[in-house]
Each structure stands twice: as C-alpha cells, then as structure tokens.
Design a binder for this molecule. Structure first.
Ligand code: ADP
Ligand code: MG
Length: 599
C-alpha cells in the first residue's frame, strides 16, 4: 500500500511541477492529454466497467464546446438566454444541462438496445449531432465560431497554456476521484454488476436500467466538461474534433489504457496522444507524402491489442507494482453495527403459494398447472429428472421469466405480475443453477451485491464518499454472511478463482445478505464434496430453525431426503407426486419416473 501511495504522491508532484519545468510544446501536449483523459474516463465507466460501448462521446464534447462558444460570443442572444452569456461558467452550466437532457433522451432511446445495436445506435447519433454542428447557421456552419473569451477562475485570468494546464488537470483529477469513489460504493457495485448480465443484478434488486442511465449521463457530462475547456483553450471551435472518427479514438484510448480502471483513461489518453503526435511527424517522412497514416497504425494496434492484451495497458503496469486492491482490503475485515432485519416470521406462516402455474416456451409446455406452497420454517424440495421444469418454476416464482398463466402469492400478495426486483424487495432471494457472479470481483464484493436493497444512499453521496457509514455496514453484513456459510478464508479472493462448489455457496451467502424470508436454491449441492454437503445441510437446518422458508431443487436424493420436510416431484412439467420424503420415496410413479431411472 505504501508503495502505491508514494507513487501516487510522486505522480501528483510531477503533475504540479510540469508547467514549471517543461517547454511550451509539452505543456500543450499535456493539456490535450488531460482533455482527452476526461472523456476517456467517462468511457472507462460506461464501457470498461458498465459494458456499454459508445462511439459517440465526441458529440457530447461538441455539445459542451458549442454551448459555451455560442453563448459567450453571440452578439445578440435571445433575452432569456442573455444572462447565461455573461460568463463562461454560466455557459458551462447551460452546456451541462443541455448535455444531460440530450443524454437522457438518447439514453432512453438506445440503452434498451442489446448486443451490437447499442454501439450502432451511438454511431448514429454521433454522426447526426456532428452534422448538426456543421449545418446550423447560428453555430457558424463548417467554419465554426471564433473569438471565444478566455476563462477566469476566482478573479484570476486563465489565458495561456500553462495556466490552463492547472485548470484541466485539477478537473481531471477531481473527476478521477469522483469516479473512483463511485465505483467503490453500493451504486458502484450495482454498476459493476451490469457486466454479469442484468438477470443476476435485477434479482438482487438492482435497477439496471437506472444504473445504465447513470453511467451514460456521467460519461456525457465528463465529455461536455472536456469540450467546454477545449473551447476556451482553443478560443475557436469548428465541427471537426467532434466527428465519429474522434469518437472512435476516445474509445480506443479507454480500451488501450485499460477500460476497467480509472487510471487507464489517463494512460490511454497519454499513449495515444503522444503516439499520434509522433506518427504524424514520422509517417509522412517515411511514405514521402502527407496524409493521416497514423489511422492505419492505430487500426493495426487495435487488432493486436484485442488479441494480446484485452484488458489494456493499465493491468500490465499495475502488476509491476505488487500491491493489489485485495491486499488493501485484506488488512480489514469490515465490522459495523448490523443492518436492520425484517421482523421475525410467525411460526408456520404461509410464505409462497403457486397455483396452476403454466409456462410455455413456444410449443413446449415447461410447466403445466404446477401448484405447491412453502411455509416459514420449512424446507420444500422440488425434484425431478433433468428438463422436468424445475428451474423454469424458479424463474416464474422469482419474477425472472413470468409465468404464462396461473397465480403466485408471496406472503399473501399476488406477485406473478411483479418483476424480480420487486419480488426481491418483498423478501425472496435466490441462487442460480448456472452460477452468476462477477469473477474478477472479490467474494466480499460479490456478496455485498446481495445487500443492495438494504442500503439507500444514492449516486451523489457515492461520488462524494458521504456514504461511508452505510457502506461499512453493508460490507460488514456481507462479511457476516460469508462467515456464516463457511467461506471466511476466501473473503478477499477473486470469486472466479473459487471451485464451482464454493461459488454456489457464495451465491447462498449473497442471497442471505438480502435478509430473505424465503430462499430459493437451485441445485446448491452440485459440485460439493461429501463434507461440504454436510456443512450445507447443517446451514440450511439452522436457517430453517430461524424460521426461514427454503425451496430447494436438488439432484442428490440422499441430500434431499435427509433434509426436506416435504417433497414435490416433477416430470415433463407436471407434478407427479407430493408428500413426506419417505412417502415420495415409495411412490410407484416416482420410482418409475425418477428415482428408479437415475439412481
Ligand atoms: P430442470 O431445471 O427441471 O432441469 P428446466 O426448467 O431448465 O428443467 O427446463 C424445462 C424445459 O423447458 C426443458 O425442456 C428446457 O429445454 C425448456 N426450457 C427452459 N428454459 C427455456 C427457454 N428459455 N426457452 C425455451 N425452452 C426452455
Ligand atoms: Mg434446472
């Protein structure tokens, strides 16, 4: 930790001394690196962390630049706008507000798109906004706007490159700090969970559409800020720097630097800017004619990188300084007052009731008129051969994939129309047959996602790190659940490094962190060794004794029979038997369909 800290301080000192010792040329270069890094930082959040690819960030840079250019230079502004032209800082506010509006609109239109439709969408609006800049009369068309005033900060004139340098880098470092704070928070975990697909995050109560909008908005606002600085540094704007090809370059910076790391934005912006400068000097000499040859080199680099170093340069650099985030965490198992829990259940309360649930996939009826109920303090096992429809029932009950027809009541409320987030809030928590976790995050962080709904502090307090007390409690809760399921020694390991059986146990801890009254476990014992299975059965017995209801899908018949209070047997989507374990065990239909065949 000390070493990294020293390096950071050294870096900041160098940044501070830069303009005092460097020639003008390098100061200018560093100014541009700073401007680009602010945009790339937004892309780290959006693309690297959130997994949403945008080629259109340059358009938001343009919005920031053109807003201030127009407002601070127009000779006759409409009356209601006139006050905003009085100072570049007011123009910045207008630019940010305008960008926010455009981003929210574009976000609403494009963020729903999945797969490659999203990047295509960003290309579409990237091009449209660029052409708008070039074709609007009052923005000066392709010639642009000149005569943009310099800035003043607290009465100090910011006119020359060296003065701008401090403003740009101060803003960049603040943005880095804010972004890092955000990522290290409840909201940040929700954002990082996006990469694991929305299904798990939603089941843990994360509003994924909102998280996506948040990062889209922040990335757009960073871009706008960069554009505003750019306009006042250059003192003129035209549409060229806001086109699609620059949008691609921004993305390349983020990806090259290491798209999942905040410092990667700086590294990427630095490497690309310096390399571009260098290639623009060198390549025309080699080819003997002028042209944008560097584009070709960048293209080749991109392909090489995608093959050789997908995670970008930052992780490679960070490895040289051995002091991983895990080590920092390791020194402190989080402790804090426990979070409030849901009131204790009444004994034998009816928790879940499924009535005539039908689920069709096209022509296939995966679940046909399934009915059963689970009470508090009870383990109900749902068994049946592969493909019987057990996981399908889980998905219907937990709101992941709604039933075609039928009724489902949870604690007396009809829930068949609710989404998985709303159902999670009511106190149902689940694991997945195919483990869904974030492999590069620590076990602790993964489990903390489960506690999402037990926190309430939002994005603003996360950005400013005003939610430390709550965050500590969420982490402490996660740590308690990890200890409870017996994964304490793995608390700070990467979740992906655990054997599959332990990943399943991790999912149980994550589900428990939500403080559920009903636990849905889809094949939790698969991949566990004998002793681990025993430990799991003990854990489930303890949970049952506390009054929790447990719905369990499991293949291991001995495991099920030794644990379950009642058993429901499914085959081909239908219930073929129900009763006490020993009754079911002797049921001829069950022996025929399942136990006899498999065991
Ligand atoms: P189980 O969990 O009992 O092994 P599933 O519920 O996973 O069984 O599957 C039941 C049946 O529904 C299977 O025939 C499976 O192929 C089908 N099925 C499950 N999910 C889907 C889906 N999303 N689309 C189409 N068919 C599905
Ligand atoms: Mg299944």
């Amino acid at each position: 930790m000390k070493r990294r800290y020293l390096i950071l301080v050294g870096f900041l000192v160098l940044i501070a001394l830069g303009p005092l010792i460097l020639p003008e040329f390098y100061v200018t270069l560093l100014n541009y690196i700073g401007l680009y890094a602010i945009v790339a930082l937004g892309l780290v959040l959006l693309t690297g962390v959130g997994g949403l690819t945008s080629f259109g960030q340059a358009a938001f840079v343009g919005l920031g630049a053109y807003s201030t250019a127009y407002l601070t230079t127009a000779s006759e502004l409409p009356v209601w706008m006139a006050p905003f032209g009085a100072s570049p800082w007011l123009a910045l506010l207008v630019g940010l507000a305008l960008t926010a509006m455009v981003a929210l609109l574009l976000g609403a239109l494009t963020l729903r798109l999945s797969g490659h439709y999203l990047p295509l969408g960003t290309i579409a609006w990237g091009i449209s906004i660029y052409f708008l800049f070039g074709n609007l009369e009052f923005l000066g068309g392709h010639t642009g706007i000149t005569g943009i005033p310099s800035l003043s900060v607290l009465g100090l004139e910011v006119r020359y490159g060296r003065e701008f340098y401090y403003l740009i880098w101060a803003m960049l470092l603040v943005a880095v700090w804010l972004t890092q704070n955000l990522l290290d928070s409840r909201e940040g975990r929700a954002i990082r969970a996006l990469k694991g697909g929305t299904l798990m995050a939603e089941a843990m109560g994360v509003d994924t559409a909102r998280s996506k909008t948040v990062i889209f908005l922040i990335a757009a606002l960073y871009a706008c800020l960069s554009g505003w600085l750019y306009a006042h540094l250059q003192r003129f704007v035209n549409p060229t720097p806001f086109g699609l090809h620059i949008g691609i370059e921004y993305l390349f910076m983020a990806v090259l630097g290491g798209a999942a790391h905040v410092w990667g934005a700086l590294l990427g912006a630095g490497v690309i800017t310096i390399l571009k400068q260098w290639l623009q000097d060198l390549l025309p000499k080699i080819f003997g004619s002028s042209g944008n040859f560097e584009v070709i080199v960048f293209g080749v680099m991109m392909v090489l990188m995608l093959q050789r170093a997908r995670d970008g340069l930052w992780p490679i650099l960070a490895k040289l300084i051995p002091d991983s985030a895990g080590d920092r965490e390791r020194s402190s198992v989080p402790h804090a007052d426990p979070l409030p829990k849901k009131p204790l259940l009444q004994a034998s309360e009816q928790l879940l009731e499924a009535k005539d649930v039908v689920k069709e996939f096209g022509g296939l009826v995966a679940s046909n008129n399934m009915s059963f109920s689970v009470r508090s303090g009870e383990v109900l096992a749902l068994i049946g051969p592969n493909g019987a429809g057990k996981s399908t029932m889980f998905n219907c009950i937990s709101g992941v994939d709604p039933a075609t027809s039928g009724k489902i009541f949870f604690r007396g409320e009809p829930v068949e129309k609710l989404n998985s987030r709303e159902i999670a809030r009511l106190g149902m928590s689940r694991t997945f047959q195919h483990v869904r976790l974030l492999p590069t995050m620590s076990v602790l962080e993964n489990v903390a996602i489960g506690a999402h709904l037990r926190g309430s502090r939002g994005v603003l307090s996360a950005l400013l790190h005003l939610e430390r007390a709550e965050e500590q409690r969420l982490k402490a809760e996660a740590a308690r659940q990890i200890e409870r399921v017996g994964l304490k020694e793995h608390m700070f390991d990467q979740a992906g490094s655990l054997p599959l059986g332990k990943q399943r146990i991790l999912e149980i801890a994550r589900a428990l962190a939500a403080d559920p009254v009903l636990l849905l476990l889809d094949e939790p014992a698969a991949g566990l060794r004998y002793l681990e299975k025993q430990a799991l059965a003990d854990l489930l017995r303890r949970l049952r004794a506390e009054g929790m209801g447990i719905l369990l899908v499991e293949h291991d018949v001995d495991f099920v029979m030794g644990l379950a209070d009642r058993v429901v047997v499914m085959e081909f989507g239908e219930k073929i038997a129900e009763g006490l374990p020993e009754q079911v065990r002797q049921d001829p239909a069950v022996l025929e369909a399942y136990l006899g065949g498999v065991e």
